[in-house]
Design a protein. Structure first.
Length: 235
């Protein structure tokens, strides 16, 4: 049992962030990471209160974005997706996203340059990754989930992987640092969160509201909170 994680879990519960399914079991799973994200969000809104809530140790794949991929631009948010295709980036995938992450965690550069999506107005050739929410938004996508079904959930034969998920946290942290983005639900979010959080209709998009490699965590906001906690732990 991981006593450091168990100590964190007990501290979270003492602060009023319950872990109803697993409690203080010493396992840094999705429930714990989501609770860490919620705790950090609440602490950031409290004035003059400083409580130490250490993030659990999350195994992150080293996924550095080359500097050449990161031109100067005015960026407000990052939206992460899955491609609904194969675990390898296709030419069509490259047309719609700035950064793609293949099934083994390898990074692939999209065709549009990030500066084409810069505020105040996207320029010709920008990455059209999110309906009516492309200006000021970087699009990052995990390659996979071809023929996936939302309910009953079936990830298909090209499911996104843990390696991609870990690499995504590293990519998002680097992008946030480069473009001065503070991590919260409105600035680092999945495509599935856009409609609920930003109020921009997305025609039933559900990426990412399920994780094929971790069935203990479900729902776009909860999964988004897990990723945001992972990114904050890197920053």
């Amino acid at each position: 049992m991981n006593t450091t994680v168990q100590s964190l879990q007990r501290r979270l519960m003492a602060l009023g962030f319950p872990l109803p399914t697993y409690g203080a079991d010493g396992d840094p799973g999705g429930e714990t990471l989501a609770a860490v994200g919620a705790a950090l969000d609440e602490l950031e809104t409290r004035r003059g209160v400083k409580v130490s809530v250490p993030a659990p140790s999350v195994p992150i794949r080293s996924s550095d974005i080359p500097d050449a991929w990161l031109p100067a631009a005015k960026i407000s948010r990052i939206i992460f997706h899955w491609t609904a295709g194969q675990n390898k980036a296709s030419e069509l995938d490259k047309e719609h996203y700035h950064v793609l992450i293949e099934g083994d965690g390898k990074l692939v550069r999209g065709l549009p340059s990030i500066d084409l999506n810069s505020e105040p107005a996207a320029k010709k050739g920008y990455a059209a990754h999110t309906l009516n929410c492309n200006t000021g938004s970087i699009g990052v996508s995990l390659c996979g989930m071809a023929l996936a079904v939302e309910s009953p959930f079936n990830p298909g034969k090209q499911p996104i992987t843990r390696a991609q998920w870990d690499a995504l946290a590293s990519v998002l942290a680097q992008l946030c640092k480069r473009y001065g983005i503070k991590v919260d639900r409105k600035t680092v979010l999945s495509h599935a969160e856009v409609q609920e959080t930003l109020g921009i209709t997305q025609r039933g998009k559900w990426d990412i509201s399920r994780l094929p490699f971790d069935d203990s965590i479900k729902g776009s906001i909860v999964i988004g909170d897990q990723m945001r906690a992972m990114v904050k732990s890197l920053l």
